[in-house]
Design a protein around this ligand. Structure first.
Ligand SMILES: [Zn+2]
Ligand SMILES: [Zn+2]
Length: 190
């Protein structure tokens, strides 16, 4: 059976958010060949397949029940696979819902948020080192601006960019706009 295709995460095997291994999915009970490896903000299943994320079945199945702050009733909190932080106002709610509930997220050194451009979510291309980001001046510049805002000198920022490593901190996270093709990147440290 072919694996589902995610608009905002085109190759979860390449990004490390999924792994090719035979397993029985805890949600659908099917024998599957690709297993989800990304974060789950909800109940932790033994094993989760990508089909259940894509169909939307996994999010409510792994949700938790929380008490309303005034204690009057309980709320069903569907599981999320990434956080919705700093979402631009023009991004429609259904896009945020698709990214957080029906798209595999990715693991960073700290909690990760998605990037947005042209009023839509971007495609996540993967964790990136300097040589992965270097061909994309737009993404490199975004990292430069974001690093400089912490008060680093230009020399320190260039040294930091050269230290970026896909597998060790600091790590960049590379995205591409689905509309204009611009590359974007965020970064974090352990
Ligand atoms: Zn499943
Ligand atoms: Zn764009």
């Amino acid at each position: 059976m072919t694996e589902p295709v995610f608009r905002y995460h085109p190759d979860p095997l390449a990004t490390g958010s999924a792994m090719g291994v035979q397993h029985t999915c805890s949600v659908c009970g099917q024998l599957r060949q690709v297993r989800h490896q990304g974060p789950i903000y909800g109940r932790q299943p033994d094993s989760l397949c990508l089909h259940c994320i894509h169909s939307g079945e996994a999010s409510p199945a792994l949700g938790v029940v929380a008490c309303a702050t005034d204690g009057s009733h309980t709320l069903d909190m569907p599981a999320q696979f990434s956080d919705a932080l700093d979402v631009p106002d023009e991004v429609p709610h259904h896009v945020v819902e698709e990214i957080t509930r029906r798209t595999p997220g990715f693991t960073g050194w700290q909690q990760q948020s998605w990037l947005y451009h042209c009023g839509d979510g971007c495609a996540f291309l993967g964790p990136a080192g300097y040589h992965d980001v270097q061909p994309h001046p737009d993404a490199l510049n975004m990292l430069r601006v974001s690093h400089r805002q912490y008060g680093w000198s230009p020399e320190e920022t260039e040294q930091f960019l050269h230290r970026l490593d896909r597998n060790a901190d600091p790590t960049a996270y590379l995205f591409q706009c689905l509309h204009c093709g611009t590359h974007l990147a965020s970064w974090d440290i352990g």
